[in-house]
Structures are given as structure tokens and as C-alpha cells.
Design a binder for this molecule. Structure first.
Ligand code: LLP
Length: 420
């Protein structure tokens, strides 16, 4: 079952609540609306898929860093994947167990690595200079660091180039021809580094699990090689990247179970602990971005629905040409169906949420949602054109609507200049 459903008379519901009614009670538009039970269901799907394996689910905080959502995932048993000092601080603030945290990134700063070393998080080695910094951080913190080698397996994830990361010319990870150099360097620092495993991350929005299997085969072969040199590595981290059905086309896409099942035999045959780093597949479909229609206009051959939200709050369509499904929250009885670009008020032609969408011509003030807005939407929001970042709400198990983040205000902006 999914949290957002359309009734036969054409109203959009979230966990049994009419979205239109939620809009009435929200302090302002646009806003993000999540289903807390859907977050739980998505996490449980991963947990069930992982049964029989020793594993860590490292939720990729970059996908959505709402503190209430983080605390909820932590309570469900999640670990966290971090890519900056502030994400590390936030994970600690949300109470994540540091031994279930993995610090990733190609440009980790020394001071952040020191904090990571002090707290005992796992750290991925991304480059020669990164290794140097991790050694330095270990000395400053006076703690040995558990490290994984982020290996770049050169498997094509078949996704938009901006979200492909594991190909050989990518800025991430280390290439196989350098593996021996890194193993020797780790060996040379027995007081600072303990190599516990290998990591890869192929990219995002991947919709074929064969791709994960291809990468996992390469990775377990590396692990065999690493073990043959006397290292006791027992973690395989296959990263994140599982896609979702953004098109709402009914296409059957791989589920967490399919992903885990495709690597299960490899993990078991080497007696490994599996780490996975899902972001999108845990959180994207738990949320809608909720707007009101400001008006409808025509120019040349084009028809536009102008809404109050924009590329400032939700940039994926502008940045990646990403498709996110759009619909009205209530039936527009009798309204003529037409093809519209759904656009915001921001002063750029890149400011669109959807192109060439068939919609009933909406009345001024009609509610309109952008689906699957839980991942990489609020976390990538900006204040461009001083469209302040929107509030967030979730629907809880008992059907109550609770605010889980304040909307940013004009006064917040003015505060940046106080006392200068
Ligand atoms: N692990 C690492 C090392 C990553 O770099 C990422 C995402 C993940 C895990 C989580 O991947 P996921 O399961 O969410 O696909 N802003 C883009 C997506 C960028 C993904 C960056 N890395 C978008 O909106 O599509």
C-alpha cells in the first residue's frame, strides 16, 4: 500500500487525510507533506530484505536531512551515511550509533575527519590525500580509524551523467590499478588505520539490479585479493542508488528485496557484513510537494500553469531534466484537459516543475502536488529570489498532521546581516 492515493471521486489522500484539508490548515504554501508510516514501511522493506545477512542500513542523509525524519529512522534501527562535517554533526545530534555511521566523500576536511575519528565512525578512503588526512586525524584524535577503500569498479549505472559516480573517469574513489598502493599505505600505518572493508557507489536512480550484481562480483574479487594479503576485511559496502517509479507508469521496478537478493550469495560466500547506503529508495516516495495554482496563461503555442512553488524549493526537474509526477489534489469537474508546462514564479526559464503535462485546466487557487519529493528536494532547496525554504509536515500513524520543520522567513534572512 502507498501513502498517497486518489479516491474514485478524484481527491488526493495522504494516509486517509484529504490533502485539500491539510492545505487549509497549513500556515503557508508551498510545503512538503510526508507520511511517517510510509517511511516506516520503506525501512521495514529493507530490513526484511536483509534477513539472514549481517548488515548495516546506512541512510544517506544528503537525500533528506530533516531532524525528525532522521530521529525516526534511527529509532527504526538505521545507521547513517554522511558526506560533510555538518552531516556528521547532525547524525550525532540525531543520536545515530557512530559505529553504524559511514563518512564518505572525495573532499573530506581534516577537522571533520578528526571529529569522525574521535566518535569512531567508519571512514571511506577516497584518494591519496584523503588517506594522508585520515592518518593525521587519527593522530590528532589519538584513535585508530576503521577504514574502507572506496573502489571505483567502472560499471556503467545507465543513468543521467550528473548522478553516475562509479565510472573510471569519475572524481570519486580509487581505480583498481592503484589498489596495491593503497594496501601498502594502509599497511604502513598500523597504529592509525584498520582496514575493515571495501566500498563502491555506482550512481543514483538505477533501475536494473544486474548492475549491482556486476559491481558486487568485481568487489568480492577485490576483497579476495585484499584478504590474500593478510587483511581481515569483513565489510562489503555496495553504496546506494536504487531508483524508484517516478513516472507512476505501473512499470515493475526492482524493490529492496530484488537488490539484496542479487548480491546475497556473494555476501554469504565470503562471510561478509553487508552495508547498503539507500537514500532515494527509502525516502523519495514518502512525500509530496504541495502548491496552489496562482494562475494559468498562454504564450504562443504554450500553455502554462503557474504555481507558488518553484525551482528554488525543488530543483530536480531544472537540474537533471528529472520527471516527477504532477497532479491536482481535487477533481476539476468539467475542466478541459490540456497540455501544460507547470512553472514557478522564479525569473528563469529553467524554472519548471514539469513539462508537457496533461492536466485538467485548474482554477486559480487549486491544489497541485509534485510527487516523490522526499529525496533531494528539500535538501537541495535554495532561497533564490528570496523564496524562503518551505515548512515540512508529516501525517502520523493516528492521522494527525504535525509540523516537522519551520518554514524559513524573511526575518531569518535579515538576521544574516545583524551586527555587521
Ligand atoms: N552513497 C553515496 C556514496 C552517495 O554518493 C549517494 C548519493 C548515496 C549513497 C545515496 O544514493 P541514492 O540511494 O539516494 O540513490 N541529487 C541527485 C542525486 C545525487 C545522489 C548523490 N549520491 C538527484 O536529485 O537525483
Amino acid at each position: 500500500e502507498h501513502c498517497f492515493t486518489k479516491s474514485s471521486d478524484g481527491f488526493l489522500y495522504c494516509e486517509g487525510l484529504k490533502v485539500e484539508d491539510v492545505m487549509e490548515s497549513a500556515e503557508r504554501r508551498p510545503f512538503y507533506l510526508y507520511s511517517k508510516p510510509q517511511i516506516t514501511r520503506n525501512f521495514e522493506a529493507y530490513k526484511e530484505a536483509l534477513e539472514g545477512l549481517s548488515s548495516v542500513i546506512g541512510y544517506a542523509i544528503k537525500a533528506n536531512n530533516n531532524l525528525k525524519i532522521l530521529e525516526h529512522l534511527r529509532q527504526l534501527g538505521s545507521g547513517a551515511v554522511l558526506v560533510s562535517g555538518n552531516e556528521l554533526r547532525l547524525a550525532l545530534h540525531a543520536g545515530f550509533d557512530p559505529t553504524k555511521c559511514i563518512f564518505n566523500g572525495n573532499g573530506k576536511l581534516l577537522e571533520d575527519l578528526v571529529l569522525g575519528a574521535e566518535k569512531g565512525v567508519f571512514v571511506n578512503i577516497d584518494s591519496e590525500f584523503d588517506l594522508e588526512n585520515i592518518v593525521a586525524a587519527s593522530r590528532i584524535a589519538g584513535k585508530k580509524v576503521n577504514v574502507l577503500l572506496r573502489i571505483n569498479p567502472d560499471v556503467d549505472p545507465q543513468v543521467h551523467p550528473y548522478v553516475a559516480t562509479g565510472n573510471k573517469n569519475s572524481k570519486f574513489g580509487i581505480r583498481n590499478e592503484k589498489l596495491q598502493w593503497f594496501l601498502d599505505a594502509v599497511k604502513a600505518h598500523p597504529d592509525e588505520l584498520k582496514l575493515v572493508g571495501a566500498h563502491c557507489h555506482l550512481g543514483s536512480t538505477i533501475t536494473k539490479v544486474d548492475i549491482f550484481r556486476d559491481a558486487a562480483i568485481i568487489m568480492v574479487n577485490y576483497i579476495d585479493e585484499i584478504r590474500a594479503q593478510g587483511f581481515e576485511v569483513d565489510y562489503l559496502n555496495i553504496g546506494g542508488g536504487l531508483g524508484i517509479d517516478y513516472y507512476h507508469s505501473g512499470a515493475v521496478l526492482p524493490k529492496p528485496r530484488d537488490l539484496i537478493d542479487t548480491v546475497r550469495d556473494l555476501v554469504l560466500s565470503r562471510n561478509l557484513n553487508l552495508i547498503i547506503e539507500p537514500g532515494r529508495s527509502l525516502i523519495a516516495n514518502t512525500c509530496c510537494f504541495v502548491n496552489r495554482v496562482t494562475g494559468v496563461k498562454t504564450n504562443g503555442t504554450k500553455k502554462f500553469v503557474v504555481i507558488d512553488g518553484s525551482m528554488a524549493e525543488l530543483i530536480r526537474p531544472s537540474l537533471y531534466d528529472a520527471y516527477q509526477h504532477i497532479e491536482l489534489v481535487s477533481p476539476s469537474a468539467g475542466a478541459e484537459i490540456s497540455t501544460f508546462d507547470v512553472v514557478g514564479p522564479v525569473c528563469e526559464s529553467a524554472d519548471f516543475l514539469g513539462k508537457d503535462r496533461e492536466l485538467p485546466t485548474p482554477a486559480k487557487g487549486a491544489g497541485l502536488v509534485v510527487h516523490d519529493a522526499g529525496a533531494y528536494c528539500m535538501s537541495m532547496a535554495s532561497t533564490y529570489n528570496l523564496k524562503m525554504r518551505p515548512p515540512e509536515y508529516w501525517v502520523e500513524e493516528d492521522g494527525s498532521v504535525v509540523k516537522i520543520r519551520h518554514g524559513e522567513t524573511f526575518e531569518d534572512h535579515i538576521k544574516f546581516f545583524e551586527g555587521l
